[in-house]
Design a protein around this ligand. Structure first.
Ligand code: NCD
Ligand code: ZN
Length: 356
């Protein structure tokens, strides 16, 4: 990595957690991720979800077809775990390189998770197979019990589900996705200390930038609503510290999750922040604010491949300081009346770092 005052060149980063959807939405969003990241771990929560190798292969081909000509981008596919997942198939998919990991959505925890796992006991066999194969388990770590306050769901998950899971599966490799709490940071850091390379966590740009009050600043802001929901300022500060520490278990995962404006600005708006277009720029802004640009490469380009046992990308990107400018909403599908649009995170105000 080299940094000359207002330029920053780093190994091309990867996005270890992204939602691409399918059809015209996929075509609209993939170029934004492919332009900045070398690889991305693609979430499988389509309808129907990606639960087997043939579906993952076909989905990967559709993603590659949406990558702009001349851009090299490698989508890493994940398998959506259901109660009746077959552990041997899963491990075979991993061994064949079709699946980079499997994703655990507790049933009904978030968007398109209705087919998720209802009872962890149903997937014990599969977790054993994954543990034996060294296949990472990616977790949406929130309890779904409606009696648990939405702001406590991650912390309660860690205490009641994750702690027992890491005891029951001492060798299982786990990524706690999109952590939003001090408890998430502590859990991952402590476990990493005991057994490096076993537990990791992704951190989104939006959780580094907004707290729960920002969702209601001057009025309700549906485009900042996502799951896990943004927490108190103290938690945001803990996330920032973890990200800029450069420590091994923390790496970049945008959780970019596009929904059309109509689906967001609704009486019952969807959860998800579409952050792909300004993703690495937003992280750069955070690291700059924290005087930690020299740590961005570890977080964005090195810790993820190290965790997944992959090589770092061989090319670089260069970011430079710029005056923020507005990014227009992005159209989906064919032009015409009622055309769907998606609003990029930070599009209104822009960011002070640009991709060269
Ligand atoms: C994601 C989506 O829309 O698919 N939404 C979100 O708020 N992050 C699902 C998820 O990752 O929880
Ligand atoms: Zn997600």
């Amino acid at each position: 990595m080299s940094q000359i005052t207002d330029h920053l060149t780093l190994i091309r980063p990867d996005d270890w957690h992204v939602h691409f959807r399918d059809g015209p939405m996929l075509d609209a969003v993939v170029p934004h991720t492919a332009r900045q990241f070398g690889r991305a771990v693609v979430m499988p929560n389509l309808t129907p979800p990606v639960t087997h190798m043939a579906a993952a292969r076909a989905y990967r081909d559709r993603i590659l077809a949406a990558v702009p000509k001349g851009v090299i981008f490698d989508p890493l596919m994940t398998c959506y775990l259901t109660d009746d997942v077959n552990g041997d198939d899963l491990a075979a998919g991993f061994a064949q390189g079709v699946f980079a990991a499997a994703k655990l959505y507790p049933a009904n925890a978030t968007t398109n998770s209705a087919f998720g796992v209802r009872d962890l006991r149903n997937i014990h066999g599969a977790l054993e197979c994954m543990q034996a194969a060294g296949m990472p388990l990616l977790i949406h770590g929130e309890v779904t019990n409606p009696e648990v306050d939405i702001y406590d769901r991650e912390a309660v998950y860690i205490e009641t589900v994750l702690e027992p899971m890491v005891r029951d599966f001492p060798e299982l490799r786990i990524v706690l996705e999109h952590i939003t709490t001090r408890q998430g940071v502590d859990f991952v850091r402590d476990r990493h200390g005991a057994a490096p390379g076993r537990i990791g966590a992704t951190i989104t740009a939006h959780h580094l930038m907004i707290n729960r009050s920002d969702m209601f600043r001057g009025g309700i802001r549906p485009h900042l609503y996502c799951l896990p929901i943004a927490k108190r300022e103290a938690h945001r500060q803990a996330l920032r510290k973890a990200a800029i520490s450069g420590a091994g278990p923390f790496f970049l995962g945008t959780d970019s999750a596009p929904h059309g404006i109509a689906a967001k600005q609704s009486a019952c708006g969807c959860a998800g922040v579409f952050s792909a277009p300004l993703a690495i720029q937003a992280y750069a802004q955070v690291f700059h604010e924290e005087d930690a640009l020299h740590r961005l490469e570890e977080f964005a380009s090195r810790n993820g491949p190290a965790f997944y046992g992959l090589a770092e990308n061989t090319d670089t990107i260069t970011l430079k300081r710029c005056s923020p400018h507005k990014l227009e909403p992005i159209p989906v599908g064919n032009p015409g009346p009622g055309q769907e649009m998606i609003l990029p995170f930070l599009g209104e105000q822009g960011v002070s770092w640009c991709l060269e």
